[in-house]
Design a protein. Structure first.
Length: 70
């Protein structure tokens, strides 16, 4: 499963799944360096940051918003 970290609330990462459903993942189950906007891959009990997909998403967002700040 692939999710995007939307925000952190207390001891949980609030994440959005591909179908836009929201789930909570205990913060101690994700990598310490994970931050809002990171894309996580979840396989069983193993959670990792998908750095390639995270970077792609950031570039897409930057491209869509670049005209807003000029």
């Amino acid at each position: 499963m692939r999710v995007t970290i939307d925000r952190f609330e207390n001891n949980f990462a609030v994440c959005e799944k591909d179908d836009r459903a929201m789930i909570n993942i205990e913060r101690n189950k994700i990598p310490l360096e994970a931050k809002e906007g990171d894309i996580l891959d979840i396989e069983g009990n193993f959670v990792s940051i998908n750095k390639i997909e995270t970077e792609k998403r950031k570039k897409q967002i930057d491209e869509m918003t670049k005209d807003l700040w000029e």
